[in-house]
Design a protein around this ligand. Sequence first.
Ligand SMILES: Cc1cc2nc3c(=O)[nH]c(=O)nc-3n(C[C@H](O)[C@H](O)[C@H](O)COP(=O)(O)OP(=O)(O)OC[C@H]3O[C@@H](n4cnc5c(N)ncnc54)[C@H](O)[C@@H]3O)c2cc1C
Length: 303
Amino acid sequence: MDVIVGAGLAGLIAAHAWPNARIIEASDKPRDAHKALLRFRSEAVSQLTGIEFRKVCVRKGVWSGERNGFVEPSIRMSNLYSSKVLGGRLVGDRSIWSVEAVERFVAPENIYSQLLAAVGSRISWGEKFDFKACSSANVVSTAPLHTTARSFGLSFQSRFERQAISVRRWRISGADLFQTIYFPEPSTPIYRASITGDILIAELQGPAGEDVLHTLSRAFGIDLRRAESLGEAEQAYGKIAPIDDDERKRLLFELTTQFGVFSLGRFACWRNILLDDVVRDIGVIKRLVKSTSQAYDVRRAIN
Ligand SMILES: Cc1cc2nc3c(=O)[nH]c(=O)nc-3n(C[C@H](O)[C@H](O)[C@H](O)COP(=O)(O)OP(=O)(O)OC[C@H]3O[C@@H](n4cnc5c(N)ncnc54)[C@H](O)[C@@H]3O)c2cc1C
């Protein structure tokens, strides 16, 4: 691989798999953009990057302000949650249905700096990669699918809808907990809050009002008045809404077979994947690059 476009988490992880690739990043300096929850389903990222993860058991629940307590997942709660996180869109099978305890892996708080320290010398900051000018290189792109497709003049009908979220974080002195609570009802802007170790992360649709800490205290059963605030941030690509899958696959296929661009990561593939999936997809791309009958294999890999 010659070039990796983007030095977000996917690009930095990919840089470990292709130790000779240059990384081109449009932002002029490092930006630890991911302030939302970050947990892993496996140790794949840890094994690729050499960063040690901790295995934990995560407990989950669904909070109802109306009932003033925890409730079982239900069709009503699922629909409220979908509408809340996707700005009115109703999409089934949201994560809210799975509230059983799960095994997860958590990265150290400074994972971004550790990734940067390992591959930072190969990053060109403040350079917008010009896809059209670089037709002879093998490129892994983590840039959003529609912007990459547009830069090659590929046509599409789908509307790539996203919703910004805001994230508030606190440190809870002495805590060592791994818990997530969903808040599907519209009465609070919080839609999910998680404690990872001693960090409480609330993800919200819209700004946090005065009562947010009170809601979190009630739901978690923890007096949070003395929790240390770690600030508020906005994530522009907080939630992405699905697009037509045939069109999505066509764009991925054409980018690879016509232009040698391999899409990697949540926004590049426009699919709600986790970073564990990025490691799996790196393996797929490596096989495709080696493959001689590339077009046939690409079609099989993205199906
Ligand atoms: C709310 C939320 C919760 C999440 N929870 C988890 C979780 O628990 N576990 C997990 O594994 N994942 C989770 N994720 C997913 C994970 O955070 C994302 O997959 C990841 O942050 C996306 O990183 P990325 O590198 O793919 O994209 P980005 O961070 O968007 O990076 C793409 C980079 O490409 C650059 N770029 C774009 N165009 C160009 C160009 N032409 N030239 C040069 N540079 C360019 C951009 O500046 C950007 O820096 C979550 C995501 C969100 C939003």
